[in-house]
Design a binder for this molecule. Structure first.
Ligand code: LLP
Length: 444
């Protein structure tokens, strides 16, 4: 397994993260457990800040909180000077409860409810990214009722296919998101937005996909978007001043993944921007990027305890852990690949090929197919790396499994930032109607 951030193997041969021995973490907090490496996340935030905010002329970095949203995470993002992208009332609520500076919050989503929009307007979020005609008119009505003007970006679908897994492409034309650019829908949206009295159009937004390795995709995106901004300016004289390029920068999960450097990503954007603006004689807009996965992905590790092991001679050896698709649905959803190590024997030589399965009642509940491990036995700890993004945030209670806790580790300290769920948490919202009362049922 490739080591990330502060991960290292200590003298006892145990995996250590943030100066904390994972064997001790398992004893103290139980498993499964999500472990987030604070120094590593901060280091990545700083790379983004340096490469975009400091090195480019007018740029902002917005963390896409869908990747991992908790109160503590909002605080870390705020303290690193980044903004926040939220896509639901729940993510917005989390940010507000963390006292995240509202002016740096961007509110996205293709079907925001009236309640969510009202919440965002009242809170005074920095930008609402308007996705469709229905939302535009509802938003204007709500803003009018509240006697407020709202700063918006228009989400457009530029028609780019980023080279990534087809399920997570969002920039191509056949997409539920945004106003289609090539067929003129975006023009209509823009004209309409200008006619609404309570909306202030600041710029445009696009997101071309996720887990993108080819920087060329971003270059292409910048070209298309600047051309479009220049076209609008030519047609209407209106100057769009902000260009939000979305997220999508890819990370390492397993052998074969070869992500670019964040600084090269920024340079690609900068070069493309300079070139496109010069060609169209268009004034350089403010640039916004919205990384999610690349900020938290490699900072997360999930720690499991190995239980049953089933060997089918000549076929496969299944090693089962105490979690699975409920805490990490990505292998089942996207055929995502992960690497792992025995956390209590991280220096041992790998001796066998096994497949790691979860404990859900589904054959598809596989975490890793064909991985090399030392001979594992029940009670060993398995650490799966790069689980910081879209794991906790996509976890479920399938099979009524309780969600793992999340600990934030840093220089030998481990702080719980999300408590492990208990069985009673599972029943928190269950209601037994009176007619299912045992006495009444018996009398039937
Ligand atoms: N901005 C917008 C508008 C987005 O839709 C997304 C992700 C991002 C930013 C952040 O993208 P990132 O930097 O994380 O690639 N559940 C999937 C990923 C879905 C991404 C959806 N949108 C997964 O586990 O791979």
């Amino acid at each position: 397994m490739k080591l990330h951030g502060t991960q290292r193997v200590n003298e006892q041969g145990h995996l250590e993260i943030g100066g904390c021995d994972t064997v001790e973490l398992a004893k103290q907090f139980g498993t499964p457990l999500y472990i987030m490496d604070e120094a590593h996340m901060r280091d990545i935030c700083r790379q983004y800040y340096r490469s975009f905010v400091e090195d480019l002329e007018n740029a902002e970095v917005i963390y896409a909180s869908k990747a991992f949203s908790t109160l503590a995470m909002c605080r870390i993002i705020d303290s690193e000077g980044l903004g926040l992208d939220v896509v639901s009332g729940g993510e917005l609520y989390t940010a507000l409860q963390a006292d995240f500076p509202v002016a740096r919050i961007y509110f996205h989503g293709n079907n925001k409810s009236r309640e969510e929009l009202t919440m965002a307007i009242k809170a005074g979020v920095g930008r609402i990214v308007v996705d469709n005609f229905y939302e535009m008119s509802v938003l204007n009505d709500l803003a009018q009722e509240l006697n407020l003007r709202v700063d918006i970006l228009l989400r457009v679908t530029p028609g780019i296919e980023a080279h990534t897994h087809e399920y997570i492409q969002t920039g191509q034309i056949d997409s539920k998101f945004g106003f289609t650019l090539p067929d003129g829908t975006a023009d209509r949206a823009f004209d309409l937005a200008l006619s609404y009295s309570n909306l202030v159009v600041k710029g445009i937004h696009a997101h071309i996909g996720s887990q993108i390795f080819e920087l060329d995709s971003f270059r292409h995106e910048v070209q298309i978007m600047i051309n479009y901004m220049a076209d609008i300016n030519g047609r209407t004289d209106f100057l769009l001043q902000e260009l939000n390029l979305g997220g999508g920068f890819g990370i390492y999960y397993a052998t074969g993944d070869d992500p670019a450097q964040i600084s090269d990503y920024a340079k690609t954007v900068e070069d493309a921007l300079e070139d496109a603006c010069r060609k169209r004689n268009f004034p350089r807009p403010k640039i916004i990027v919205e990384p999610g996965r690349s900020i938290v992905g490699t900072a997360g590790t999930t720690l499991y305890t190995i239980g049953s092991i089933k060997e089918i001679p000549g076929v496969r050896k299944y090693v089962a852990v105490d979690g699975g698709m409920a805490d990490n649905p990505r292998p089942a959803l996207y055929q995502a690949r992960y690497e792992a190590v025995l956390a209590n024997q991280a220096v041992e030589e790998t001796t066998e090929t096994v497949s790691v399965t979860g404990k859900c009642c589904e054959s598809g509940d596989m975490l890793i197919w064909d991985i090399e491990l030392p001979k594992a036995k029940a009670g060993d700890l398995l650490a799966v790396s790069c689980t910081g993004a879209y794991n906790y945030s996509m976890s479920s209670n399938y099979n009524r499994l309780t969600r793992p806790g999340v600990v934030l580790v840093e220089e030998g300290y481990a702080d719980v930032i999300v408590k492990r769920e208990t069985h009673s948490d599972l029943l928190r919202n269950d209601v037994l109607p009176a007619r299912l009362n045992y006495l009444k049922m018996a009398s039937r």
